[in-house]
Design a protein around this ligand. Structure first.
Ligand SMILES: NC(=O)c1ccc[n+]([C@@H]2O[C@H](COP(=O)([O-])OP(=O)(O)OC[C@H]3O[C@@H](n4cnc5c(N)ncnc54)[C@H](OP(=O)(O)O)[C@@H]3O)[C@@H](O)[C@H]2O)c1
Length: 332
């Protein structure tokens, strides 16, 4: 088998990035341990994939890996520098023996900070304050407190747990939702099974989506789900756009069935300039950036390098994705 010999020899790492992002920074420490080939388009990947031992995929929306996969003669490991791996879990890779790892952990705390910022923006009416400032208009208002408010975090994984810790520290009451209920949890008041979602939605002041996109979570937030929420509740999605049926969300916002939606991810990205969400009252739009702190690309490369050294030593890789579930399952 080629596995041992290619680990001893200089393996070939092929990176897959968008032309806009370009090659990942921070791989210099392994420049003498591997031959690194950067690709940013389908043609280059098709040309390089045949010699690849490892694929490092930094484009979390990529479709070109699937297109080129038939030529992947000796790929032993695919690493995604994202937490969400929905785009690369195509059937040929899922059915293969090739392990997929992801960037679980890197985005946890930054996203938690972002979610706290969004909650404070709503509670303290900051978007309105900025509008008034631009209009040079002095207008006193009373604002909401966040202490004691109920937050439902749907997706009690690595990111969801960091969100819970952050919001607990701010005095909020945080409940989690996962595939399965857990008896006791250090960070959530309770973790309920997703089947209990309708009743839980009815209690929440803020609903935060932090699940991966899987066949089970696609469209999870639809008319029925929004119909369960309180008219005063705000919805925050930092997971993936297709977890939400956008038309149903728009309908709920227009009918004032919910009070607001802060959206970092969308069914269609970039959100088209003429999309109604931009101008819908109570909506905060951001450009899929909730986890992207200054230095994040270098942090992702450092995480990859750590796993690469494990791979070279023949040790178990970190963050192995359960390719059928679509994420890295929590050890129970
Ligand atoms: N906006 C951004 O910039 C950004 C950045 C990074 C990541 N993300 C998104 O965040 C997602 C979560 O990342 P993570 O690292 O926290 O993942 P993770 O650690 O793998 O956790 C996933 C959690 O989701 C739960 N889950 C899975 N399927 C579910 C279902 N059908 N119903 C309810 N809960 C379900 C899991 O439940 P169990 O524990 O019961 O298995 C687990 O608690 C990623 O997949 C990615 O899409 C977004």
């Amino acid at each position: 088998m080629t596995m041992k010999s290619s680990r001893d020899a200089q393996p070939v790492i092929v990176t897959v990035s968008t032309p806009e992002d370009g090659p990942p920074p921070g791989l210099e420490p392994i420049a003498d341990q591997a031959r690194i080939v950067h690709t940013t388009d389908a043609e280059a990947l098709r040309g390089a994939i045949g010699e690849a031992d490892i694929l490092m995929v930094t484009d979390f929306r990529t479709t070109i890996v699937r297109d080129a996969w038939a030529g992947a003669a000796k790929v032993q490991w695919v690493h995604a520098t994202s937490a969400g791996v929905d785009a690369i879990l195509f059937p040929e890779l899922v059915d293969s023996d090739v392990p997929v790892t992801n960037a679980r952990g890197i985005f946890d705390r930054p996203i938690a900070e972002y979610v706290l910022g969004l909650i404070l923006a709503y509670a303290k009416d900051l978007p309105h304050t900025l509008d008034l400032q631009r209009a040079h208009h002095w207008k006193h208002r009373d604002t909401e407190r966040i202490e004691g408010r109920q937050v439902l975090v749907v997706g009690a994984g690595s990111i969801g747990r960091a969100i819970a810790r952050m919001l607990n520290a701010a005095g909020m009451q945080v409940t989690g939702v996962a595939r399965h209920a857990r008896e006791q949890d250090a960070d959530f008041r309770a973790v309920h099974a997703v089947e209990s979602l309708p009743g839980l939605l009815a209690e929440a002041d803020y609903v935060v989506v932090a699940t991966p996109l899987t066949p089970q979570t696609r469209g999870l937030f639809d008319r029925e789900a929004f119909g369960c929420m309180k008219p005063s509740a705000r919805f925050i999605n930092i997971g993936r756009g297709p977890i939400v049926k956008t038309a149903d969300l728009l309908e709920a916002l227009r009918a004032e069935a919910i009070a607001g939606a802060a959206l970092d991810v969308f069914e269609q990205e970039p959100l088209p300039a003429d999309h109604p969400l931009w101008d819908t009252p109570g909506v905060i739009v951001s450009a899929h950036m909730a986890g992207d702190f200054l230095g994040w690309r270098e942090a992702l490369s450092a995480q990859f390098i750590d796993n690469f050294q494990r791979w070279r030593r023949g040790e178990p890789l970190q963050n192995i994705v359960d390719k059928r579930r679509g994420y890295v399952p929590v050890k129970e």
